[in-house]
Design a binder for this molecule. Structure first.
Ligand SMILES: C[S@@+](CC[C@H](N)C(=O)[O-])C[C@H]1O[C@@H](n2cnc3c(N)ncnc32)[C@H](O)[C@@H]1O
Length: 224
């Protein structure tokens, strides 16, 4: 959690989202942030299925990890042979941490420091869109509309979406921000017509401090 003074500043919208996430990342080591996992196993497994379901190879599947931060998902995707991956995040220090960790392999990744809600952000056209723990921070309907516009601009028709948010029993706040909680079906409903739910997974994430958080992961296909 952030210090109370920073929480109030965020809720009063006195600081930008970029400043907020930079403060969160500067407040503790990468392995100490509440969402840290050594590997994003559930996301990775769903993405492997998404590659196969589209008859793509790891090398040819184009992937966008939205709010990828410093997570090791990119390490695992590179290890699997993925060579067309964009990691987008609003916090430059998170992307820098991932780049440093990857060393020379970082050159195989497209790094995009940008706000997914900014309509000016130029997004690649992709076969797979992944988001773990960004969408649930969008508590205002206009922000969800901006996100879904970005999604529809980037994910090709027939492409797959792996979206992971807090579950119905997940926390109501995280990193000093309010969250929305979803079941698989409410996530699918939120995205609107044009997306079919293929699979859903409920899991319990243990934070580095020992707390537990329920997550919902939905695997969907864009049909129109
Ligand atoms: C809770 S963390 C999850 C990080 C990573 N997906 C994971 O599961 O380890 C949320 C991430 O989203 C990024 N983020 C938040 N709002 C964003 C926005 N509007 N555009 C792009 N990135 C954003 C944050 O900087 C942070 O890295």
């Amino acid at each position: 959690m952030l210090p109370t003074s920073l929480n109030s500043a965020v809720s009063a919208k006195n600081i930008s989202a970029k400043e907020h996430w930079e403060s969160v990342y500067s407040s503790r080591p990468i392995e100490g942030v509440s969402w840290f996992r050594p590997h994003l196993e559930i996301s990775f497994a769903a993405m492997v299925r998404a590659i196969a379901a589209q008859s793509l190879s790891p090398a040819t599947a184009s992937i966008l990890d939205v709010g990828g931060g410093a997570s090791t998902l990119i390490d695992d995707l590179l290890e699997y042979g993925c060579r067309s991956v964009t990691v987008l995040d609003i916090a430059p220090s998170a992307l820098e941490a991932a780049r440093l960790r990857l060393g020379t392999q970082a050159a195989l990744v497209h790094w995009l420091c940008a706000d997914i809600l900014d309509p000016a952000t130029a997004l690649p056209t992709v076969d797979i869109w992944h988001d773990r723990a960004v969408f649930h921070f969008l508590v205002e309907p206009p922000d969800r509309e901006r996100y879904i516009s970005a999604l529809r601009a980037s994910l090709r028709i027939g492409g797959h979406l792996v979206l992971s948010t807090f579950g119905p029993e997940g926390p109501e706040r995280c990193s000093g921000l309010p969250t929305r909680r979803y079941s698989h079906s409410s996530l699918a409903r939120e995205l609107g017509a044009g997306f079919t739910l293929l699979d859903g997974h409920t899991s319990i994430h243990q934070t580095p401090s020992g707390a537990t958080q329920q997550f919902t992961t939905a695997h969907l296909r864009r049909n129109s």
